[in-house]
Structure formats: structure tokens, C-alpha cells
Design a protein around this ligand. Structure first.
Ligand SMILES: [Cu+2]
Length: 155
């Protein structure tokens, strides 16, 4: 009886470890543990020396998952301090090469730097209207001069 209980306990530990290993691949947001509903997924690609697309429109109150990928050969940044203060950031997921979430940051990201071939997912809900186009830039040396800027609005 005692042996069976020990085996059962060990089995639970093994199952729990397996569950943890699987759970580590997704953030709480992606596992749907936060009752926010399905996000509006929007993609932003960074390249030399542009954002693709370079114009974004967000709606107040909707949950967004902004998928930012550096498809370039050098480091790029998304410096968007006005966007950061106009939204509630739920989290910023950092993905590995297989698309698994390896780190989730909380708090307001005024700037996000990405090395080549890196991806982050910025989850946020716009709360402040920005009806006039507001700029975001890449602040890596010389990139803004080469035209690496974009605009967003929030309605
Ligand atoms: Cu850049």
C-alpha cells in the first residue's frame, strides 16, 4: 500500500514536470489564462531601414497582440514612448527561434530592441485616443536619418 502511494506520488511529480515543460512554451496570455478574449493580431516587420507596415491604427478598448519581428541583418528598435503611455501593456513576450515564449516582461516598454531574426509579442489595450498620427522610430544610430520611422493612431 505504501509502495503504491510512493509510486503514485512519483507519477504525479513526473506528470507535473511534463506539464511544466509544456506550459513553459506559452505565456499566460497565450494559454488564455487571462480573461481578455482573443487578441487582434497585428504584425510589424523591421528591416533596413523601414517598418513594414509603417502605419498602424488601433481602437480603444481592444486587446492587441503586436507581433514584432526583426527581419533585417542588424539590430533595430521600436521606440514608441507615446504608444506606451496610451495603452495598458499586459506583457511583452520574448520568443525563441521555435516560436516558444521564453520570457514575459511586465510594465511599459518605451523602447524594444531586437537583434536580427528576433521576435517579441507586445500585448496591450489602447486606453487613450491619439487621433492625430503619432510617430515611432528606430533609434539605432543613423537609422532614423535613413527613414526608419512610422506612425500610429488610436481612435
Ligand atoms: Cu533600425
Amino acid at each position: 500500500m505504501r509502495k503504491a502511494a510512493v509510486f503514485l506520488a512519483m507519477g504525479c511529480v513526473v506528470l507535473a514536470q511534463a506539464a511544466c515543460a509544456r506550459a513553459a512554451e506559452k505565456s499566460a496570455l497565450e494559454r488564455g489564462e487571462l480573461p481578455l478574449g482573443d487578441p487582434v493580431e497585428v504584425e510589424m516587420e523591421l528591416k533596413e531601414y523601414k517598418f513594414i507596415p509603417n502605419h498602424f491604427e488601433f481602437d480603444i478598448g481592444k486587446l492587441y497582440k503586436l507581433k514584432i519581428h526583426n527581419a533585417g541583418k542588424v539590430r533595430h528598435e521600436v521606440d514608441a514612448p507615446i504608444l506606451a503611455v496610451s495603452v495598458v501593456t499586459i506583457g511583452v513576450d520574448v520568443l525563441d527561434k521555435l516560436g516558444n515564449v521564453v520570457v514575459t516582461f511586465r510594465g511599459r516598454p518605451a523602447g524594444i530592441e531586437l537583434l536580427p531574426d528576433q521576435t517579441v509579442h507586445w500585448w496591450f489595450i489602447p486606453i487613450k485616443a491619439q487621433p492625430a498620427p503619432r510617430e515611432f522610430i528606430c533609434d539605432e544610430p543613423g537609422h532614423l536619418k535613413k527613414g526608419m520611422r512610422g506612425v500610429f493612431t488610436i481612435r
